[in-house]
Write a protein that binds this ligand. Structure first.
Ligand code: GLU
Length: 470
């Protein structure tokens, strides 16, 4: 058989935001296509006109744009293809592979009730399968596929291995409803075939749909793609992922200060691995990914690992991009000269797992302390206060302080000699200075803080603390 060029697709139903599980499915499809130099397509499955919305479809595409997964070709919308699906349904009727069924909803309900009463799984009883009489004139029929009456439907799933379903477990399911709308399994098979999809990678909640779709491929003489059904992402306790665990829309991660490359790296490792490698650029993923390496057991969401990856990518982010990203979190950085900015970035990159944290810490540095840490205040003795006052005085009256605002090292050596000249231990001066500058312990280095604040701000903050203490 001729080998077809790889075509994969992601086929979301636009009922809400794009969930991270969906993005992982899309990523696997994207990578598989890129790895094989094939195509990655997007199809919006919006046949359920009551539940689907244009806004949700737009939100899904916005998520794709944010993470940078580009699709090939036009995005296909199933809602625009109803006439096409109907024509395939009619063709199957003409070929004797599908048929009109005139059973009313009430009759179907009655049948199901009686089957349930007998302890049988409810299923359509094929009553119109070979019908050749005069159809009831008051009913618009549905179209049902003629499913095989015996034998089995089997396929080799790329993740789960061979899957076999007995034909008797499938009934003659509806492919076109009486209102002319097509059903899910029918349109998925038609579209995958017409789009030339060779490999279907999707969540394993769709495993049970596959035999039905295979019947459609067979009836329409379409080549059957290779299927890969990937297990769900579970929470750390092994339960279904919930909002609390982080099962949110992709764009929520943006708002929480995650970088798109961190999200993709996090997702690719949920259900796929390559040796013991953890960090993957998109390029590396494209080169190394193989659908046959997808794990057959469910993966678990690990928030700590996600944060670790995010910090890795924040650290790797160049200053220009970082500034633009932080701008979205309200960070104000225009006032800083380039060397100060890069000092600030490298100090905060080490302390920030998200951009949100980064921007919050920056704001803390930029905002003069409104209160002071009580414990640290109590530790300030008269010698430390005196030294602070003398430092402020030296800074305002001489150029000594100012001329060391060139690097943290220069300020460090100045403060050491200042402390020595005033006979105060550096270990006492530094915490006092930190309290004056930031209002509390912790945070970036004192000399870095001085440089970032600049001479004037630094003096103001020292004076403010002295004033506060009175
Ligand atoms: N529209 C389906 C969903 O969002 C996916 C169908 C498929 O991948 O075959 O779950």
């Amino acid at each position: 058989m001729e080998k077809r060029a790889v075509v994969t697709r992601f086929a979301p139903s636009p009922t809400g935001y794009l969930h991270i599980g969906g993005l992982r499915t899309a990523l696997f499809n994207y990578l598989y296509a890129r790895k094989h130099g094939g195509k990655f397509l997007i199809r919006i499955e919006d046949t359920d006109l009551a539940r689907n919305s244009k806004d949700a479809a737009q939100a899904i595409l916005e998520s794709f744009a944010w993470v940078g997964l580009e699709c090939d070709g036009e995005i296909l919308y199933q809602s625009e293809r109803f006439p096409l699906y109907a024509s395939y349904a009619k063709r199957l009727v003409e070929e004797g592979k599908a048929y009109y069924c005139y059973m009313s909803k009430e009759e179907l309900e009655q049948l199901r009730d009686s089957q349930r009463a007998q302890g049988i799984t409810p299923r359509y009883d094929n009553r119109y399968r070979d019908f050749s009489g005069t159809p009831p004139s008051d009913r618009t029929p549905v179209i049902r596929i003629k499913a095989p009456l015996n034998g089995e439907i089997a396929f080799d799933d790329g993740v789960k291995g061979r899957i076999c379903v007995q034909a008797k477990e499938l009934d003659d399911f509806i492919i076109l409803r009486s209102d002319g709308s097509p059903t899910y399994n029918f349109v998925v098979a038609i579209d995958d075939a017409l789009m030339g999809v060779t490999d279907v990678i999707r969540g394993d909640d769709h495993t049970s749909n596959t035999p039905k779709q295979i019947l459609i491929y067979q009836a329409l003489n379409f080549p059957i793609p290779k299927f890969y059904h990937i297990p769900m992402i579970l929470n750390p306790e092994g339960k279904k992922l919930s909002k609390r665990d982080g099962a949110m829309g992709v764009m929520d991660y943006k708002l929480m200060g995650y970088l798109p490359e961190a999200l993709l790296n996090f997702l690719v490792r949920l259900g796929w691995s390559y040796e013991d490698k953890e960090i993957f650029s998109l390029q590396e993923m494209c080169a190394l990914f193989d659908a046959k390496d997808i794990n057959s057991s469910a993966s678990r969401y690990n928030q700590e690992k996600f944060l670790w990856l995010n910090q890795h990518y924040i650290k790797a982010c160049d200053d220009i991009r970082l500034e633009a990203l932080l701008g979205e979190f309200g960070a104000k950085l225009e006032a800083y000269q380039a060397p100060i900015k890069s000092l600030l970035f490298s100090a905060l990159k080490d302390r920030s797992k998200t951009l949100l944290e980064f921007a919050a810490q920056l704001k803390e540095i930029q905002t003069p302390p409104q209160t002071y840490d009580e414990k640290m205040l109590q530790k300030l003795d008269s010698s430390a206060l005196k030294a602070l006052a003398e430092l402020a005085e030296e800074a305002t009256e001489t150029a000594k302080f100012k001329q060391h605002f060139t690097s943290p090292e220069s300020l460090e050596s100045y403060l050491h000699s200042f402390a020595e000249s005033k006979s105060i231990k550096i270990g006492k001066l530094m915490p006092a200075l930190r309290l004056a500058l930031l209002g509390k312990g912790g945070g970036i280095g004192v000399c870095e803080t001085l440089l970032i604040l600049g001479e004037e701000q630094s003096i103001e903050r020292i004076q403010a603390l002295l004033k506060y203490i009175g």
